[in-house]
Design a protein around this ligand. Structure first.
Ligand code: SF4
Ligand code: SF4
Length: 150
C-alpha cells in the first residue's frame, strides 16, 4: 500500500494525542497530551514523534480513494499507523473490541494484500501479530527489535 496523502483531516479526532506513548514529552498512552487544546498548541514545534506520525486515515489508495468517515480512528475505535521508516503497521485499539469489527477486518485485509506485517495492540493490553505467510514471529521480532533500537 503506497502512502499517498489524502484530504482527510483529523477533525475532532485526537486519538493519537491520547493513546500514543511519546517519550520526549514524557507522555504515556491513555493520557491526553498537555499540549492538546482543540488541536496541537505547539504544532510548529511539535516533536518528530508527532510530525512523522503516519495515521492511515490520512492516506488514499493508488486510485485516489479516501477512507470514509467511519474509518477515522475516533469512530473506528482503532488507530492504524505506520511507524516512521518502518516496514510494518501497528493497530492501536482505543475502544475495547473495535479491532474485531468488519471495518477493521477490511483494513487488516488491505495490509495483508500489501504483504506487510501488522502488530495489534488491544485495549486490554494483549498483543497480536498478523504476519505475511513468508514471515515467522521470530523474523518479525528481529525486525521490530532493530526498529526499536534505532
Ligand atoms: S489518530 Fe489520526 S486522525 Fe486522529 S488525531 Fe491522530 S493523526 Fe489525526
Ligand atoms: S505535541 Fe501536539 S501533536 Fe504531539 S501529542 Fe501533543 S498535542 Fe498531539
Amino acid at each position: 500500500m503506497d502512502l499517498i496523502a489524502s484530504d482527510n483531516a483529523c477533525g475532532e479526532c485526537n486519538a493519537c494525542c491520547e493513546f500514543c506513548d511519546i517519550d520526549v514529552l514524557d507522555k504515556p498512552s491513555g493520557t491526553l497530551c498537555s499540549h492538546y487544546d482543540n488541536g496541537c498548541s505547539i504544532y510548529e514545534d511539535r516533536p518528530l514523534a508527532c510530525s512523522s506520525y503516519q495515521c492511515m486515515w490520512h492516506y488514499q489508495d493508488s486510485l485516489g480513494n479516501r477512507l470514509p468517515e467511519k474509518y477515522r480512528p475516533d469512530h473506528l475505535g482503532v488507530i492504524f499507523e505506520k511507524p516512521y521508516k518502518a516496514d510494518f503497521w501497528v493497530a492501536v485499539e482505543i475502544k475495547a473490541g473495535s479491532i474485531d469489527t468488519q471495518e477493521c477486518f477490511s483494513m487488516i485485509k488491505a495490509i495483508e494484500r500489501e504483504n506487510s506485517a501488522l502488530l495489534i495492540k488491544r485495549n486490554n493490553g494483549m498483543v497480536q501479530h498478523h504476519l505475511p505467510e513468508t514471515m515467522t514471529l521470530e523474523d518479525f521480532n528481529i525486525m521490530y527489535k532493530k526498529y526499536i533500537g534505532g
